[in-house]
Design a protein around this ligand. Structure first.
Ligand code: ZN
Length: 455
């Protein structure tokens, strides 16, 4: 080959690949929820180039050479976020079976299973999750960190993850992984390396240990929980001094703090200490909610978790049934009060209590309890982006944001269950799903009958 034609060929090749990299994608749909407006934008167009949105609006001109994807009578939305998942934990409708699996399965196998959970979640339209606690009893593996890193490297398909590593909590509290098992079954009492810490100094050490090992966010249990065998659901489990140390050390290291909390007293102390979000919040009284509103603390209500447990209540041990019933009885009124008082609501489900990939069922539960569909959509987009501290990058469809764009059929403001039938998912400009989901086993075949909210 002559030198000139070789150069021409090289120029041609580079020219073509540069063109491919720069090629825009124009997403078109009848409607768009942009994460900011109170109404849907009609005749929507989102222009994507590389991993970013370069424009979004109504009837925008299509750039020359753009690939047009016309989604028809659908609604475009920023990728949903779930501020409370446990992607590394497996779901089982049978509590005792799950408990057996926890000690039976090798942690490597559980990590491989978690990759399917990640895919089911992103295919359901959830392009970001805050994963709040991952532990395997008797193991020191950081499976959530590994999963996050593998997704970031493109090895595993899944949502962007902000991970908490091991939840921090008191000896015998909601997060104590040995609670309910025979004493010393695992050879030693758990310590700060398992997230179990007593006293302000140990709490600081646990926070530092988790950040050292890759935590993006700190999770702690400040009150009892429903699915733990050795505690009462609403008792405070950290002292005010321990909570102050938790928040101070986390914020010092620029990490936000999410606390598992059902009880009112514990919530009061945690909000006063300056936590960023209260997870669950079942028994919170109006005075405590008013304090949240004043301090700008988010509430992540996880209605799906209660709903699922109540629907499968016979599968849980007697002691847990009583705790679940009392939390379920309190949480609907708490949620309505939070709406009335204007508390900031973040969208979070506690996925793993129910099968991964069904996160969007939370929307209907929120709307059935009085939230407007637009506010429910905003909770899973702009609100969660604010809580997660990533509002500069994602959460709305506008110029300069990362191209996390999903589409659902019809109009979710007239039928919120459209959120459960996602038909298109793009994450950072890459199309992850167009058409049927690939993870049928997890997201479809185990679909339960979800009854009306439990009052
Ligand atoms: Zn949880």
């Amino acid at each position: 080959m002559k030198t000139t034609s070789r150069i021409f060929l090289i120029v041609l090749c580079f020219g073509v690949s540069a063109l491919a990299a720069d090629q825009s994608i124009a997403l078109k749909a009848a409607h768009m929820f942009d994460g900011k407006s109170n109404t849907l934008v009609q005749n929507a167009v989102v222009i994507v180039q590389g991993d970013k949105i370069v424009d979004a609006g109504s009837n925008l001109p299509i750039p020359n050479g753009a690939q047009v994807i016309d989604l028809g009578n659908a609604t475009l939305s920023p990728g949903f976020m779930d501020a409370h998942t446990h992607l590394t934990l497996d779901f089982s409708g049978d509590y005792n079976l799950l408990r057996l699996k926890e000690v039976d399965l090798n942690v490597s196998e559980q990590a491989i299973i978690a990759t399917a959970h990640a895919r089911a979640t992103v295919e359901a339209g959830f392009t970001t999750v805050r994963d709040l606690g991952s532990h395997f009893v008797g193991s020191r593996e950081f499976v959530d960190v590994a999963l996050r890193n593998s997704i970031n490297k493109g090895v595993v398909v899944g949502p962007r993850m902000l991970v908490a590593t091991k939840g921090i909590g008191a000896t015998g509290g909601h997060f104590d992984p040995t609670s309910g098992f025979r004493d010393f079954l695992f050879g030693r009492e758990p310590d700060y390396t398992d997230g179990i810490a007593d006293g302000p100094d140990e709490i600081r050490k646990a926070v530092r240990f988790e950040v050292k090992n890759g935590a993006d966010v700190i999770k702690a249990a400040v009150s009892g929980g429903v699915l733990s065998l050795a505690d009462e659901v609403d008792t405070p489990q950290l002292t005010p001094a321990e909570m102050a140390a938790l928040v101070d050390e986390s914020h010092r290291l620029r990490k936000k703090v999410a606390v598992h909390c059902h009880g009112d007293q514990a919530a009061h102390d945690a909000i006063e200490a300056g936590v960023d979000s209260i997870e669950h919040g079942s028994f919170m009284k109006p005075e405590t909610l008013t304090m949240m509103k004043r301090k700008g603390t988010f509430l992540t209500p996880t209605l799906m978790a209660t709903e699922w447990i109540m629907n499968k209540i016979d599968n849980y041990p007697q002691a847990l049934q009583a705790k679940a019933k009392s939390a379920a009885a309190a949480r609907s009124e708490m949620f309505r009060n939070a709406l009335k008082l204007g508390v900031k609501i973040s969208f979070g489900t506690d996925a793993a209590v129910f099968p991964h990939g069904q996160n969007a069922k939370e929307f209907k539960l929120m709307v059935d309890l009085g939230m407007t569909p637009v506010d429910a959509l905003r909770s899973a987009t702009a609100n969660d982006a604010e809580l997660l501290g990533i509002g500069q990058k994602v959460g709305t469809l506008e110029k300069g944001k990362l191209a996390d764009v999903i589409a659902m059929p019809g109009d979710p403001t007239s039928d919120i269950t459209a959120t459960e039938r996602i038909l298109f998912v793009m994450k950072e400009g890459k199309i992850i799903r167009r058409g049927a989901p690939t993870v049928q086993g997890i997201s479809e075949s185990t679909t339960p009958d979800i009854a009306a909210p439990v009052d």
